[in-house]
Ligand binder design. Structure first.
Ligand SMILES: C[S@@+](CC[C@H](N)C(=O)[O-])C[C@H]1O[C@@H](n2cnc3c(N)ncnc32)[C@H](O)[C@@H]1O
Length: 439
C-alpha cells in the first residue's frame, strides 16, 4: 500500500468527496433576449497563465470567436501551457482533486481480479494486453501489477501493460513510478494516436479511469426554439460567451442519436471526442474488452431538464467552481460522461455491451466487502490513526451518493459470443470466482 495515496485526514476526505458529490451549480447566463449575443462576462480570479490567455486571445482576434470546445482544449492541453502539460501536482492531497487510484490501492486490486477473469474468458492469451489510456501518475497500473504479481502469478506472466498518455508531464511521472516494471519489459508506452489508428491491434483489455470526462466538450444551448452553440470571445481583459450557429452539424446529429431533447434555455455539453475515441478503441482491439470507469449518466439523465446548466465543473485545490474562465491553466475542467453515446456508438463499431453499473456495485461484486472485513480483522498491524485512515479511504468506495454511485463502470467486448463478467453479477449475492491464488 502506498501511504501517500490516501487522503491525509477527515478534512481532506471531505474535499475528496466534494469532487464526487458536486454537480454543476448555477452559472449566471442570459435568458436569451439577445440570442446571437448572449453575453456571459467572466471576470478572472486567482492565478492565471497570462501567456496562455494571450494565446487564446490571439486566436479569437484572428477568428472573431472560438467554440468553447477549442477554448477547453487549449486551456487543458496546450503543449506547454495547458493544465495537463504544466508541472505541479494535479491529483492527490497536494493537487486539485482525487481520483480512485489516489484514494486506496484496493481499487486497482479489485480491477485486477476483473482483468484476470477476462484473460480466462479469452482462453489465456499470451500476451494479454492491458492498455490504459490517460493513466495520470500511473498508480492504477502499479496497483494492478503489484496485485497480479503477488496473487495471480500465472496471469502476471502473460500480462503486457501498455500506457497511452497525452500529457508529457504525466508520462514522465508514469515512467518514474513504473521503472521497476518497465525495466523488466512488463510496461511499455505507446502514443495515443498510434494506438487508436488501429495500425496494430491487440488482444486484451482497454482500460481507462476518468479519461473521457477530461476530453474537451462543445457547449450548446436551446434558444429561440433552436440549438445554438456557445462561443468564447475576448471581452476587455476577460472572456465572454456568445451564442451562435452550430460549428458543425455533428452536434445536432449527436443529440438526435445519443442525446435527448433540450428544453428552452437548457444548456449542455456534447463530447464529440468520445465518439472518435470509441471508434479508435474498436479499431485497435482485435479481441477482448473495453473497461471504462468515469462519472456520468445515460443520456436521459444527463440531459434531463433538471440539469438545466449542464455538468461543466472546474477543480482547483480541492474546491469546485462552475467558471472555466478563471485560473486559466491552473484549474481542471470536466464534464460528465454520456454513457449512452459510448454504448450506442460502440455497438455500431462492433463493441457489445457486457455490463453497465455503478462503481460501488462493480467493486462489491469483485469482493470489496470481503477485503474490507479481512483488513478489519488485521487491525493490530496498524496504529489506531493509520487503521482509521485506511478504513475510511476504503469505505469511500461504498458511500451512497458519493463516488460509489456517481461513478459508473461500462464493459464492452469484441470477438466473443458473450461475456459474463464477475463485476456485473448481483453484488449482494456474490459468488466471486477469483483466480485460485487470489485473496
Ligand atoms: C483526470 S486525469 C485521470 C488520471 C488517472 N486515470 C487517474 O484516475 O488518476 C485524465 C488523464 O487523461 C489524460 N488524457 C486526456 N486526454 C487524453 C487522450 N486523448 N489520450 C491519452 N490521455 C489523455 C490526461 O493527460 C490525464 O493523464
Amino acid at each position: 500500500m502506498k501511504e501517500s495515496k490516501e487522503p491525509a485526514g477527515p478534512s481532506e476526505l471531505y474535499t475528496f468527496l466534494l469532487k464526487f458529490a458536486t454537480h454543476r451549480g448555477a452559472f449566471p447566463h442570459s435568458s436569451g433576449e439577445r440570442a446571437e449575443s448572449c453575453a456571459i462576462i467572466a471576470h478572472m480570479a486567482g492565478p492565471e497563465k497570462t501567456e496562455l490567455a494571450e494565446v487564446i486571445r490571439g486566436l479569437i482576434r484572428s477568428r472573431g470567436r472560438i467554440p468553447f470546445a477549442e477554448f477547453m482544449d487549449l486551456v487543458l492541453y496546450h503543449p506547454q501551457l495547458g493544465y495537463y502539460n504544466s508541472p505541479g501536482e494535479k491529483i492527490g492531497p497536494h493537487g486539485d482533486f482525487y481520483t480512485s487510484p489516489n484514494v486506496h490501492p484496493i481499487f486497482g486490486h479489485l480491477i485486477a481480479r476483473q482483468l484476470h477473469q477476462m484473460w480466462e474468458i479469452l482462453g489465456h492469451p499470451s500476451p494479454f494486453n492491458i492498455v490504459e489510456m490517460g493513466a495520470g501518475k500511473g498508480l492504477l497500473c502499479a496497483d494492478i501489477l503489484d496485485y497480479c504479481r503477488e496473487h495471480l502469478p500465472g496471469f502476471y506472466d502473460d500480462v503486457r501493460y501498455l500506457l497511452a498518455e497525452k500529457s508529457a508531464v504525466f508520462e514522465e511521472k508514469q515512467r518514474a513510478l513504473l521503472a521497476p516494471f518497465s525495466a523488466r519489459g512488463k510496461v511499455e508506452w505507446v502514443s495515443p494516436g498510434v494506438l487508436l489508428s488501429g495500425e496494430k491491434t491487440i488482444t486484451g483489455c482497454l482500460l481507462s479511469n476518468e479519461l473521457i470526462d477530461s476530453f474537451p466538450v462543445h457547449l450548446v444551448q436551446q434558444e429561440g426554439g433552436k440549438l445554438r452553440e456557445i462561443y468564447v470571445v475576448d471581452a476587455d481583459h476577460s472572456f465572454a460567451e456568445i451564442l451562435g450557429p452550430l460549428s458543425t452539424l455533428e452536434l445536432e446529429a449527436y443529440l438526435r442519436d445519443y442525446g435527448a431533447p433540450f428544453q428552452e434555455g437548457q444548456r449542455g455539453e456534447i463530447n464529440l471526442r468520445a465518439l472518435e475515441w470509441i471508434e479508435g478503441v474498436s479499431r485497435s482491439l482485435h479481441r477482448g474488452f473495453v473497461l471504462t470507469v468515469d462519472y456520468g449518466y445515460e443520456a436521459e439523465e444527463l440531459y434531463h431538464p433538471a440539469r438545466r446548466q449542464g455538468t461543466l465543473l472546474c477543480y482547483f485545490r480541492h474546491t469546485t467552481s462552475p467558471n472555466p474562465y478563471q485560473r486559466l491553466g491552473y484549474q481542471d475542467i470536466t464534464a460528465h460522461v454520456n454513457f449512452s453515446a459510448l454504448m450506442r456508438k460502440g455497438e455500431t463499431e462492433g463493441l457489445h455491451g457486457a455490463g453497465f453499473t455503478e462503481q460501488y456495485k462493480f467493486l462489491t461484486a469483485l469482493g470489496l466487502l470481503q477485503d474490507l472485513e479481512k483488513f478489519e480483522a488485521g487491525s493490530e498491524r496498524y496504529s489506531a490513526a493509520e487503521f482509521l485512515k485506511k478504513k475510511l479511504a476504503m469505505r469511500n468506495f461504498l458511500i451512497p451518493g458519493g463516488m460509489g454511485s456517481l461513478f459508473k463502470v461500462l464493459a464492452q467486448f469484441k470477438g466473443l459470443e458473450e461475456a459474463k463478467l464477475i463485476g456485473f453479477q448481483d453484488p449482494f449475492r456474490p459468488a466471486p470466482v477469483f483466480g485460485q491464488n487470489s485473496t
